[in-house]
Design a binder for this molecule. Structure first.
Ligand code: SF4
Length: 358
């Protein structure tokens, strides 16, 4: 089994990851403790590495940090929203300093986008992050290309890394992507530098596709005497066609936080569902919510109320509701959320510009 951070394949068997890559299950006790987050409560965050060590350290009132970021190659989509909400939750819950990297170097390496192209998207992305609730007073928000710390750390890690190690983890890639990997390791270790209070537990909430970066960073962090970073992993959110993971490379398969109400409607009309071939059949057999991307939208993003979600499930499997009506209701709910978010975002824009112009 391979995990490719730059591909868009779905994971067929999540359980296999535990044996193949040594991931740890999130213990029930911890899930309960973190149940205010629907990602933990609903098992969307399904695995971790040493997250328990991070929690223990925070419980002892030691300084801890949470780190993640975004490649500014497009506007926020639901995948970016998920990571951002996890950072915000962990920042609040554990009083962790949040480090948010705008990975413009990676956008160049992976997508060939120049800094002039990514700069406005970076501001846009940070405005989304603030609108979702990040406390910028307890955060370090920076562009990779302007952060000497991470570039120096990348240099340090490069001395401890061979091409064979990178090829074994990532397959044969161009040197730009390998450089992006080293820089990302720098991003993850940066919170442990002296100017941020020295060595500490850092947790990185990411999608499971990013695990190779974590394995690599843990390896070089150990070689260079830093505390091994912890991580939490969420399941993939599928593209609206239900076939691949949601990726910026396929615009009609993703919802962005800037989509107009009409575009949201259009995208949802085409979305893959668990509906039956005919209305008659659906009334008789019920829909298959387990296969349905529209249900997943509610589960992951737009329905915080578990009782309401259970009702959607019940109405679906008993054939009480047809997909057309179900989608129309979800479109309304999603558009209401997006409208409120856009207003918050507009207010956050000047702050985002200021934060990135420092
Ligand atoms: Fe999905 Fe709703 Fe159709 Fe059920 S009724 S399959 S939840 S769209």
């Amino acid at each position: 089994m391979e995990i490719n951070p730059w591909g868009n394949e779905l994971i067929k068997d999540y359980e296999e990851l535990f044996t193949e890559f040594g991931l740890q299950h999130v213990p029930e006790e911890l899930r309960k403790r973190l149940s205010e987050s629907r990602y933990f409560r609903r098992g969307i965050v399904f695995a971790h590495r040493d997250f328990d060590a991070f929690v223990k350290s925070a419980d002892k009132k030691e300084k801890v940090a949470v780190m993640s970021g975004i490649k500014p190659s497009s506007r926020f989509h639901l995948g970016s929203k998920m990571t951002a909400e996890e950072i915000i939750f962990l920042q609040k819950k554990f009083k962790a300093k949040a480090f948010y990297c705008v990975a413009d170097n990676e956008a160049y390496a992976d997508n060939g986008m120049a800094y002039e192209e990514t700069a406005p998207l970076a501001v846009d992305n940070v405005a989304d992050l603030l609108a979702l609730g990040l406390d910028e007073k307890n955060a370090v928000i920076y562009k990779q290309s302007e952060c000497l710390n991470v570039l120096n750390l990348a240099q340090l890690f490069a001395r401890r890394t061979t091409l064979n190690t990178l090829e074994a983890l990532y397959g044969h890639q161009n040197l730009g992507l390998y450089l992006a990997v080293l820089t990302q390791a720098g991003d993850i270790v940066q919170p442990q530098l002296g100017e941020f209070g020295g060595k500490k537990h850092v947790v990185v909430p990411v999608g499971i596709d990013q695990d190779p970066h974590l394995r690599f960073t843990r390896d070089v962090a150990a070689k260079c005497g830093y505390v091994l970073p912890s991580s939490t992993y969420h399941r993939f959110f599928r593209a609206l066609n239900g076939e691949t993971k949601m990726s910026k490379r396929e615009p009609m398969g993703i919802l962005t936080l800037n989509d107009s109400p009409e575009l949201v409607r259009k995208k949802l009309v085409r979305a893959f569902t668990g509906g039956r071939a005919t209305v008659e059949e659906q009334k008789r057999l019920g829909g298959e919510w387990r296969k349905c991307v529209v249900y997943e939208l509610m589960l992951f993003h737009f329905e915080d109320d578990d009782a309401e979600l259970a009702k959607v499930k019940r109405d679906c499997e008993t054939g009480k509701i047809m997909c057309g009506e179900c989608k129309a209701r979800r479109v309304e709910k999603i558009n209401a959320w997006l409208k409120a978010h856009r207003e918050r975002r507009k207010k956050a824009m000047p702050k985002a510009e200021k934060l990135l112009s420092r």
